[in-house]
Design a protein around this ligand. Sequence first.
Ligand code: GLC
Length: 643
Amino acid sequence: KLMTLNEKVGQLNQYNGDWDAAKGPITKDDEKQQQIRDGLVGSLLNIRGLQHTTQLQKEAMKSRLKIPLLFGQDVIHGYFITFPIPLAEAASWDIPAIELAARVAGTEAAAGGIHWTFAPMVDIARDPRWGRIMEGAGEDTYLGSLIAAARVRGFQGKGIGNTDAVMACAKHFAAYGAAVAGRDYNSVSMGLPEFWNVYLPPFKAAADAGAATFMNSFNDLNGIPATGNAYLQREILKRKWNFKGFVVSDWGSVGEMINHGYAKDNYDAALKAITAGSDMDMESRSYKNHLAQLVKDKKVPLALVNDAVKRILKKKFEMGLFDDPYKFSNAAREKAAMKNPAHMQAARDMAKKSIVLLKNENKILPLSKNIKTVAMIGPVVKLVRENLGFWSTEWPDSNSIVSQWEGIKNRLGPDSKLVYAQGCGFTDTSRAGFAEAIAAAEQADVVIMSMGEHRAMSGEAKSRSNIHLPGVQEDLIKAIHATGKPVVVLINAGRPLIFNWTADHVPAIVYTWWLGHQAGNAIADVLFGDYNPSGKLPATFPRTEGQIPIYYNYFNTGRPAQNENDVNYVSAYIDLQNSPKYAFGYGLSYTSFEYSNLKISRTAITKKESIKVSFTLKNTGSMAGEEVAQLYIRDKVGSIVRP
Ligand code: GLC
């Protein structure tokens, strides 16, 4: 009641800080700090470091009502210490480990003055052309829902208001991962069964886990931009799910409804966004410049503005910021969190569990630590920051990142020799380095190649029409394979890639995604058998882009192919096997496992009943290992067709 209309609108206004690379078109407001003192800003994002957040909070305390600022940041897979990219973590299928990763990130971010992370990203992705597949949990709704809830629990810890907890933000609401043709920001057209059965459940899981906030998505859904979509934000989220938090728009997405052709101008965009339930406007300034006028023009009831303001103020209260605006400005806490050995150990544990062993013919792996000579070849071998992947934060006095070269070098015995040749670049077509690489291979007993796509080839606005290993990398692999030496190929990427020749000819292949600060150590743990790889693919690997979208839980159709070469009037391609290169849930181990004694407790159940499935799982190999037991079921006669 104390607030003026302008102060209310101020709470709905979020600006990007000027201290970090923006993630979208940035407009300069050189008098931002004056607007903060005038109570016209509710939140800032991309403010890095305690000294900046503390200073800006002091400016906010000069305002008439002293309403504290919320500081938001994309803490997606780590803050001071970077964990594997989220898709890699999903490959671990280890829910407690994934929760711990978010717990560490939340602790570090809160110590760094951040109140709110724009994570977890819970978008189901069935299209590896889409660069943001790296940011979520892959293609499966069930695994994705478990991971969404785990990450919310991790970020929020014992509850928001604790000084080691940040508000979570389930994003991007909704169905952003279904962008047509895998092209980022593109339209989404989807029937309600697919929407409710595949894409919404991870958001519901995040809401049920207590996510403090949601972020809407850039895409239009069936013709209505998510930011202006009342079905999404009011009907489903706030009414049906009774969500009491607030919705922040994605970067500029309020104003982008003009580009969509859904709003005439920013005045109209502000009207449609607030009416549809977008509470906070990130960076478009539509609310700041037009919302008060819309209320005065009786286009927007004051009640809608009050509801949005209340949702935001409630979170500031719950965070304890009204009691102490500097609650998260503790230099000692920041210092302690910056270089915490337990956090680094958690990052290594998560990284080694995220690695997927795709092939291991003649048991080349694990390698002996006393190999006489190892050659490391490829564009990724000696890179350092590359291992952090997209959505990582780099600090001037950052913790040391363990490169793959360093990790292997530190693991080899004292009499072993390690030689190096880059061989080729990521995307250029030069073969000038091949000769040197072949020479390095010829003097080695084993060759470890580390290949892949550049870390900036996946992530936001990084869709690829061609997801093959880029450049001449596969030619280099062929050339090294031709030396006859045993070759292990590591593939680093933020998405499934296509590398059919390598897959068919190279005896050992390990998918290493982007593993963060501990990449080199985790890879050495696996290659030398200090950890028996247990990762399973969280997304399907296609044979060609022509198969996309391809996923394991497809409908059977009326003419299912009877085998992978069946083309006899069935749902198949006449020019390609009817199967993926690697299936969802696939991953090898250094040991072998046997399933037996499968039992089910009953053969029929009603809606309220359940079936107990039991089996005996036996490690039939010579090495301890972990197995992800997977159970796939199918409703054979449903009221709609089922996967
Ligand atoms: C970006 C992303 C969103 C992120 C936000 C702030 O455009 O779409 O995921 O949280 O802007 O960086």
